[in-house]
Design a binder for this molecule. Sequence first.
Ligand SMILES: [Zn+2]
Length: 316
Amino acid sequence: MEQRQLAPLDARLPEWNRSSLVERVCPFCGNAGTPFCRRPDLLDVQRCTGCGVFFIAPAPSPEQLDAFYAQYNERHRRLNSLSREVTMHLLAREPQADIRMMEIASCFASTQGLRALDVGFGLGANFVLLRKLGFAVEGIELDSEAINYVQQHLGIASVRQATIESVEGGEQYDVIIMHDLVEHPLQPMSLLRHAAALLKPGGVLSLWTPNATFVDHEQEPVAFRVDLEHMQYLTLPSCTWIAQRIGLEVVHLESVGFPNLKGMGQQPGSSSPLKRVVKSLPGVLPVLTRRRLQAEYDAQQSMRQGSYHLFCLMRK
Ligand SMILES: [Zn+2]
């Protein structure tokens, strides 16, 4: 059957070696998929009728993906040459302006001294926010430049080069962060099972990943046209399926946010109730505090719009 071909959107268009693609069943439940569409990079998106995810099959071989990421890191990650302004901006961010941090914090009576592990922490933005909430933060990454960056510039000591599969067993963590992660590996279920095993009872796994829930209603689904290294896409119902398989319970689930593309993060001007409240605060607040509150509410409001991401908290 001829596949529906999606138009390019992302300037980065990987050129996969089509002669070495490998067959693949659903990486969550093992079912075969039914063809849904063809991405701009000519890989086929399958819909899984078993668990409800979408996945790429046939897929680039593990060797092809390794080669892609090696080149990607070289081109896109020059973390230690980032300007001081970027670091200052990261350090100045407040958890109140990040709906994910607020939802995570709301799972606990107190966050003081709780242990959090960020898997694939990148620039380390979550460390800054979690630390301000009182968490003891740790992280694992594959990118050694990212490790150096957060150690030297953000003052985060407990980070190391590791995969979650290699973290010593035992129920150690109150929170495990997997943001922009589960869409990447060919075997995502392994990561999720390990994360679940490392959570303390009552601990929370935070997932933030591209959202395929509404692709039936989109002529040209954005999720399938950007960041073409992604190998699978969760949907809201599939989160419940996955949580059950790894012994966790979904306690928060929402569609939220925009892709990180220049020009695509623009939202129409909003005048939310929260914004109006801030505007009407009496003049007794110092101007700077008011501006800061305003900026935080604005950030929260813009994050609550859009449906590009899926945000899910699963509790043990
Ligand atoms: Zn499946």
